[in-house]
Design a protein around this ligand. Structure first.
Ligand SMILES: [Cu+2]
Length: 236
């Protein structure tokens, strides 16, 4: 008796946790309008976009972007009579998410996600950030005066970038400066690395040096990638 009751509770629990079975569909019609712009889905539910407008292409594209600067969900541009999955909607948590048509920004709507169901598990991110680094000065004089090396790092997703600048002086490779920058989203960020005192002494009397800047990025999933920049710094 008690066991049966527990089993019944378990079944009830599974029923509420399981993703909703029903699909939801946004449709467009002639001309340049969504038939049902405001739709409601449960978490994990599949959302599709049917373009019933015989005269134009349209999309369903989230206004908000993710950390990689891509729309939270997007059907892509769909031709007349075609239907496509609104990719990304299955990952959304509860809330209201405005969207628009990338070809006709006056076409707008919203996807409301209820607290029911569960978001689809995201596929593991195994792609490292595309990283670029650069040295933002060519002046050895300025480096010695400010004791800072201005540099820039850019990546196509959020990442922490560790930076090491070194130079070959005589037969030795001298570490000039180290540091790190955090990119909270795709983009570019400038910083300056403090020149080590030992490096400053090693540079005294030099007319020019070849600086190598190495960046190592780690994205939010732990994937790493590297980039290198070289620049000759001269006395000015
Ligand atoms: Cu459109």
């Amino acid at each position: 008796m008690r066991r049966a009751a527990a089993a019944a509770l378990l079944v009830a629990g599974l029923a509420t946790a399981a993703p909703a079975a029903a699909d939801e569909r946004i449709s467009a019609q002639t001309r340049d309008q969504y038939v049902n712009p405001d739709v409601t889905i449960d978490q994990g539910e599949r959302l599709t976009f049917f373009n019933g407008d015989l005269l134009d292409d349209h999309s369903v594209t989230a206004t908000a972007s993710n950390a990689a600067n891509r729309p939270l969900f997007d059907s892509g541009v769909i031709g007349p009579g075609q239907e496509a999955v609104v990719e990304g909607a299955q990952f959304l948590g509860p809330g209201r998410y405005p969207y628009y048509c990338t070809l006709h920004p006056f076409m707008t709507g919203s996807v409301t996600v209820t607290g029911a169901g569960a978001p689809a598990p995201r596929p593991a991110d195994t792609t490292p950030a595309r990283l670029g680094v650069s040295i933002a000065t060519g002046s050895l004089t300025a480096l010695l005066r400010t004791r800072r090396l201005p540099v820039r790092a850019r990546a196509d997703e959020a990442a922490t970038v560790r930076l090491v600048a070194s130079a070959r002086i005589g037969r030795r490779t001298v570490t000039l400066a180290t540091g790190a920058v955090t990119l909270t989203a795709a983009g570019s960020r400038a910083t300056s690395l403090r020149l080590r005192p030992a490096a400053r002494r090693a540079l005294a009397g030099r007319r020019s040096i070849g600086v190598v800047l190495t960046g190592q990025a780690t994205d939010r999933a732990g994937n790493s990638s590297a980039a290198t920049a070289r620049r000759t710094l001269r006395r000015r």
